[in-house]
Design a protein around this ligand. Structure first.
Ligand code: ZN
Ligand code: ZN
Length: 332
């Protein structure tokens, strides 16, 4: 009998699904690509044909120009070659999907990036029991336990209220993190206009078009120092300490990321107010998900594999590292 899951093959540039002749999240241009979500380390331009959710395709169009896309709705089953394929929500960013593959009586779920805690900007992760679970492990160490998002947002808003003469400049990735922070702030009662860096504008518009209620956003560029006092300004992390931020009134520098748990990372970026808000599963979410799906094998795509591998082995689940390269460039 063939080894479990032998019909999909991990290569450094992505996962090849042989009986469908298609690649999952390939980092090189391929004739057929199945794309889990729009982050740059998973979705690249230049493929011959792309299957993804409508949201992911719209994000790819926005970043790379028009793509040869085939939209797949959540839950819809399509057949490619000899494989039944469906996309189910991953709870990571707008349009993010796990890819469920069925062939020869085996079910393999490729998670892409995912998280389990609620996110008002995307559909929640849907658990699909499977034979092989191909998972990320960005925060695959027991030290990573993300706090409740509302607590982090409340700390941010409290700091804002305590400093009416200053503004808070929050570093947040342009896809997912920025929009989630905006909606989380709205949910915690902050309805002031939020000022955004130009690099966030198109993706915020795209989220609004897909029905995510962001409230009033204004361009930060061109706003006067007076106008920005007591306001939240969002910008990509790379803009936190560069010339762009000099236009702001005595900014308090914040950053929202799962890595803000690590003090050294916050110091490196000269972040005064680290906010631990992650779009990836923390240790408890990773292990809870594996317990729930009860796979016979767990394959780990990227991240800190060792601890999770060990955890699986102590529970008689076979685990293996795939060592895919090029992930984790832009999202955390
Ligand atoms: Zn991602
Ligand atoms: Zn990623």
């Amino acid at each position: 009998m063939a080894r479990l899951g032998s019909w999909i093959e991990p290569f450094s540039e992505g996962i090849y699904v042989r009986p469908a002749d298609a690649w999952i999240d390939p980092s090189q241009p391929k004739s057929r690509a199945l794309v889990t979500h729009g982050h740059g380390d998973h979705a690249r331009g230049g493929h011959g044909a792309v299957w993804a959710t409508a949201e992911t395709l719209a994000i790819m169009d926005c970043r790379y120009g028009s793509q040869p896309g085939n939209p797949v709705a959540y839950g819809e089953v399509m057949r490619l070659g000899e494989v039944d394929i469906s996309f189910v929500p991953a709870g990571h960013v707008l349009g993010s999907a796990q890819i469920v593959l069925e062939h020869g009586g085996e079910r393999i779920v490729v998670s892409g990036d995912y998280k389990r805690r609620p996110d008002p900007t995307c559909a929640p992760f849907e658990p699909v029991p499977c034979d092989v679970f191909v998972t990320e492990a960005t925060f695959g160490l027991p030290v990573f336990r993300h706090p409740a998002t509302a607590e982090e947002i409340d700390r941010l808003l409290q700091r804002l209220h305590d400093n009416p003469e200053r503004c808070i400049l929050v570093g947040a990735y342009a896809l997912g993190k920025a929009q989630r922070l905006i909606v989380e702030m709205r949910c915690r009662g902050h309805h002031d206009p939020i000022y955004i860096h130009g690099a966030l504008e198109r993706l915020c518009e795209l989220y609004a078009q897909f029905g995510v209620p962001l409230g009033e956003l204004r361009p930060a560029t061109g706003a006067t120092k007076e106008e920005l006092k007591g306001k939240i300004v969002l910008a990509p992390p790379g803009c936190l300490n560069d010339r762009w931020s000099r236009r702001l009134p005595d900014p308090i520098t914040a950053m929202a990321s799962g890595w803000m748990r690590v003090r050294q990372r916050a110091r490196q970026r000269m972040v005064e107010l680290p906010l631990i808000v992650s779009d990836h599963a923390d240790w408890d979410e990773l292990t809870m998900t594996i317990e729930e799906l009860k796979p016979r094998e767990v394959w780990i795509t990227h991240g800190r594999e060792e601890a999770l591998k060990h955890w699986c082995m102590t529970r008689q689940i076979k685990a293996r590292e795939l060592n895919l390269v090029g992930y984790e460039d832009e999202d955390d």
